[in-house]
Design a binder for this molecule. Structure first.
Ligand SMILES: [Mn+2]
Length: 310
């Protein structure tokens, strides 16, 4: 009989840098605390994890969860979209920053479900390390992963969900990981180059079907790049063709770090209208520009508010 393990895992569709960092760094923390834990995922990694990051000396564990294992969800709380390895009745902890399922988990887990609006789930994991008094023992690669996840999920601290805790966590972790001062530009530029070299795969890897609300286009693709205006200028027709193949009702939210704007692409008047009802943008030739940029989880938040009575 093998000993039971805490399996730290995330969403089913894909793993972004925040989910990836949280799995690895939170499993490392649990192990320091004497709880056997593993970072496990069966989802593909998306384009927010570029080659430089993959080159750091860390990885997910090659582990198949067994009958007695317990699960920790990080950077996900929608129970419809968790990794297929998860047994929902054996989830013991949730650490997330996506809105919509706070009540579901509060009823099941009480205070061990921590779901709150903050720039990155990685910041919540950083706070766990700090609260445990174990920050001096965090590995350099976990510190670098968490720091980079914070950069990505806060859109280089310009995202509207960014909090002072995200900034402080980045400063502490970047120092600990000795990241270069120009790491943000380097990171987002590398992500953009990877995305442009395989655009349809990048679209497929960060596309969600919005079942929860009628107030958003059904297909909601997103990418975060250094310069979205340049990317759209180069690839607009191709992006439109590929997304039209996924359905009639779609939008692409291309988040541009260098100018802090969202470049929205949509073709159908109905899809454009759904976006315009949530934010007052002007559509021109299928493109609308929004400053400051909004992330998909913020669009979902707006769409859910519209659905509330009163
Ligand atoms: Mn996240």
């Amino acid at each position: 009989m093998s000993a039971c393990s805490r399996v730290v895992t995330s969403g089913a569709a894909y793993l972004d840098i925040d989910a990836y960092a949280c799995c690895i760094a939170y499993a490392e923390l649990l192990n320091h605390q004497g709880i056997q834990a593993r970072a496990v995922s069966s989802a593909p990694l998306n384009f927010s994890i570029p080659r430089t990051v993959l080159g750091w000396p860390c990885a997910l564990d090659d582990y198949r969860p067994g009958a007695g294992d317990e699960f920790v969800l990080v950077d996900v709380s929608d129970h419809h979209h968790v990794d297929p390895v998860v047994a929902l009745d054996r989830v013991v902890e949730v650490i997330d920053h996506h809105p919509g399922f706070e009540t579901y988990w509060a009823q099941r887990l009480g205070p061990t479900a921590e779901i709150r609006p903050i720039g990155a789930a990685a910041t919540l994991v950083f706070l766990r390390w700090e609260a445990a008094g174990l920050l001096p023992r965090i590995s350099e690669h976990s510190a670098a992963l968490l720091a980079t996840a914070i950069l990505d999920n806060t859109l280089n601290f310009r995202g509207q969900m960014t909090t002072p805790a995200d900034r402080r966590a980045y400063d502490v972790l970047a120092r600990r990981a000795t990241l270069a001062a120009n790491w943000p530009a380097q990171y987002f530029t590398e992500c953009q180059a990877a995305i442009e070299s395989d655009l349809t795969a990048a679209l497929a890897a960060d596309m969600k079907r919005m079942a929860a609300t009628d107030n958003l286009p059904q297909v909601f693709a997103q990418m975060t790049v250094w310069d979205a205006a340049a990317l759209i200028h180069r690839h607009h027709p191709m992006i439109g063709r590929w997304l039209s193949g996924q359905g009639d009702d779609w939008v692409l939210n291309a988040i541009s770090i260098c100018d802090g704007k969202s470049y929205l692409l949509a073709q159908a008047p109905g899809s454009q209208g759904k976006i315009s009802r949530l934010q007052p943008v002007r559509w021109q030739a299928g493109v609308a520009v929004l400053e400051p940029s909004l992330q998909r989880k913020e669009w979902v938040g707006l769409a859910l508010q519209v659905g509330l009575p009163g």
